[in-house]
Write a protein of this length. Structure first.
Length: 103
């Protein structure tokens, strides 16, 4: 049985709670790790994403970066430590995270 690294769910819940407290002031809460925004882990308001997609009408979505879609949104960023987040870009990264999941 595979386990999640400790704190991962808590970090996601914390970002969602932060977005709720901010009301309509922001469109998304994005975690940062090592100074880099983690766009795929952000919590977005659905209406803001729908509006962002509408602004890109006629532009091919295939191959487009998430950043190009969401960068115009009003953001709040939260720094998370490496225990909670990390890029998996190489086979070595995958092995490290797989080992952490296996405990």
């Amino acid at each position: 049985m595979r386990r999640r690294p400790a704190g991962r769910a808590a970090g996601s819940c914390g970002a969602a709670a932060h977005a709720r407290r901010a009301g309509g002031e922001i469109d998304a809460v994005c975690p940062r790790h090592d100074g880099r925004a983690q766009w795929l882990l952000a919590v977005y308001r659905r209406a803001a994403l729908d509006a962002a997609r509408a602004r890109r009408a006629g532009v091919a979505e295939t191959g487009a970066s998430v950043r190009s879609l969401v960068a115009p949104l009003r953001w709040r960023e939260l720094e998370f430590d490496g225990v909670h987040l990390g890029d998996v870009d190489t086979p070595a990264d995958l092995e490290r995270w797989s080992s952490a999941l296996d405990g």
